[in-house]
Design a protein around this ligand. Structure first.
Ligand code: ADP
Ligand code: MG
Length: 202
């Protein structure tokens, strides 16, 4: 039985990434899903800016999520994948597409705007996923092993790029990873989840 007692998650400032480390099966993804509102906890609270959001549905929390499997929409173009969240927020299609184009330009992906996402490489797809997450200006970014499906060289490249882009966007992020090197490269603070206990690492 997995128990998560007295959960408190504290992020410091904008642009800061906090890492959650732990062995496979230690409960990292479960904790992230509880933070996102995708799973509920029997005990404890999730707070954001001091406000108890435990009972809030995921969409009201205003967090963006990224997983290792890209979870892009295969039937949409790259541009429409990135525009999707803006349209969902009520923005007109034309304006949303314009903003998506500008975002893709910054990400060096403008040339792929009209392509189907499945024609892109794994690294490009994760860039699209990050662009899609950042464009809606979420209150926080929750990343669950975002580079696990990629090879070592690309992982290393993307973690530096992601760190810079997340900081540039002034976003606070929670990075779930089993890879301490990755956590060191990306996070200002890290915690280890082990045996149901969260311990500060740095
Ligand atoms: N829906 C579920 N039902 C039963 N057990 C689950 C469920 N989800 C996760 N678990 C178990 O809870 C533990 C923690 O899982 P998880 O949060 O995915 O760990 P991690 O992300 O650190 O690998 C694992 O032992 C897993 O098998
Ligand atoms: Mg996991």
């Amino acid at each position: 039985m997995l128990e998560l007692r007295h959960i408190h998650k504290h992020w410091d400032g904008a642009g800061e990434t906090v890492a959650l480390l732990g062995a496979s099966g230690s409960g990292k993804s479960t904790l992230l899903k509880i933070a996102a509102g995708l799973e509920s906890a029997e005990q404890g609270q999730v707070l954001f800016d001091g406000q108890d959001i435990s009972a809030w549905p995921p969409e009201r929390r205003g967090f963006a999520l990224m997983f290792q499997d890209f979870a892009l929409f295969p039937h949409l173009s790259v541009q429409d994948n990135v525009a999707f969240g803006l349209i969902e927020q009520g923005m007109g299609r034309t304006q949303a597409r314009e903003q998506a184009r500008a975002m893709l330009d910054r990400f060096g992906l403008a040339g792929h705007a009209q392509a189907r996402v499945w024609t892109l490489s794994g690294g490009e797809q994760q860039r699209v996923a990050l662009a899609r997450a950042l464009i809606t200006r979420p209150r926080a970014l929750l990343l669950d092993e975002p580079f696990s499906a990629l090879d070592a060289e690309l992982r290393q490249q993307l973690r530096d790029e992601f760190r810079q882009r997340i900081a540039a966007a002034g976003m606070c992020a929670l990075l779930v990873t089993h890879d301490e090197t990755e956590a060191r490269a990306m996070a200002v603070h890290a915690w280890r989840l082990s045996g149901g206990v969260l311990q500060p690492l740095w």
